[in-house]
Design a binder for this molecule. Sequence first.
Ligand code: ADP
Ligand code: MG
Length: 421
Amino acid sequence: MDSVVKSVPVQDTGRRVPTVWGNVPQRNKNFTGREGLLADLRARITAETRDVTAVLPHALQGLGGVGKTHLAIEYAHRFQTDYDLVWWVPADQPSLVRSTLATLAPRLGLADAAPLRVDDAVTQVLDALRRGEPYRRWLLIFDNAEQPELIRPSIPHGPGHVIVTSRNRSWLSHVDTIEVNVFDRRESLEFLTRRVEDISRADADELADALGDLPLALEQAGALQAETGMDAQEYLELLREAGGRLLAENAPADYSRPVAAAWSLSVSKLQEQAPFALELLRRCAFFSPEPISMEILDRGKFILKSEFGAAMQDRLVVSRAVRELGRYALARLDTTNKTLQVHRLVQKFIRDDLPAEDQRRVRDRGAPATRRGGPGRGGGGQLAAVQPAAAAHRALRGLPGPAATGASADRTRRAVPLPDR
Ligand SMILES: Nc1ncnc2c1ncn2[C@@H]1O[C@H](COP(=O)(O)OP(=O)(O)O)[C@@H](O)[C@H]1O
Ligand SMILES: [Mg+2]
């Protein structure tokens, strides 16, 4: 993924955009509410003392799907004119944190001569940030930092600002923490009214209630209604039915049953409308939850001999599938950074939804965990937040082709052969 370097036009207002702007996800055009949280975050960040050694990171902490990442994205866009450098660091895996930091080296005027080793690059980057050279007004966002003890050594100190998003409550004891919760009802209503044309207040209220005001689930429901033109009562009815079907199964630990029901409706629709997109989604569910570079997906066509691989050859088919996933809000397509991201909870749901046999085989092949590589190869910025090729290959290979599936809609467990073995 290329990080975008903006030139620095002095605008009419005299305010400038950041000189360095790396990997920040696209702004959510449906971003709703959160004014209190944004104001609080801004106040805490700007209240910091002049003593730069005392500057603390600010953590946005809360359960999955409540909107921590989107709050951080909105902050970065809204306050971008206050910064010279904004760098987004996917922090689910410590090794990815280090390689993403390393890609900053050339932007800080380091590593001009010879490519640096990752560790050296990180040391130099942290030092340059601490000294505020060449930029004092920097913002680094560590997204999804679930392992504080492994991530903290990579967090810079200095005159800039650091935001961390995490589900892990142990950040509370280390850094200034703002707890993020589900939408309040007013926010849910505002969001649904914006997302679903003509929804009545009563219907929006009922829907928000059914989905526990979880932004991730409301987005799901909103997308399906907007895409299919289904009305809210019809959707609620289907949601109840799907919830009833799920009752027979083990209660999932990571998400509530109504939320799982909402996903199962979207998955059924996708199965009907765009089965190839569903196959792609299933493979993406075995990547780590970082944004997946489209380039890596594209490489799938070289390694797959199955029917799925043949379909991957056709760029048009792949790009249509990616768009379908975006339309049904099962993944977020970022056209600036050229990535596709599937939320961790959606990934978990999709994996749980697969027949046990396939889950086992894919797990035995090893799900992607770490990535290798560092700066100096592939143009630096491209390395940020992409999956390791080998792991991506495993994820792409590890699932049955489209012809072998078809069970998801009714969640029938069915063992299917793996054509790529
Ligand atoms: N303030 C918001 N306005 C509109 N949609 C939101 C908002 N916050 C979250 N969402 C939706 O919910 C989804 C999950 O939010 P995200 O920030 O990824 O959750 P978290 O990081 O807490 O797991 C997003 O993809 C987006 O669709
Ligand atoms: Mg997140």
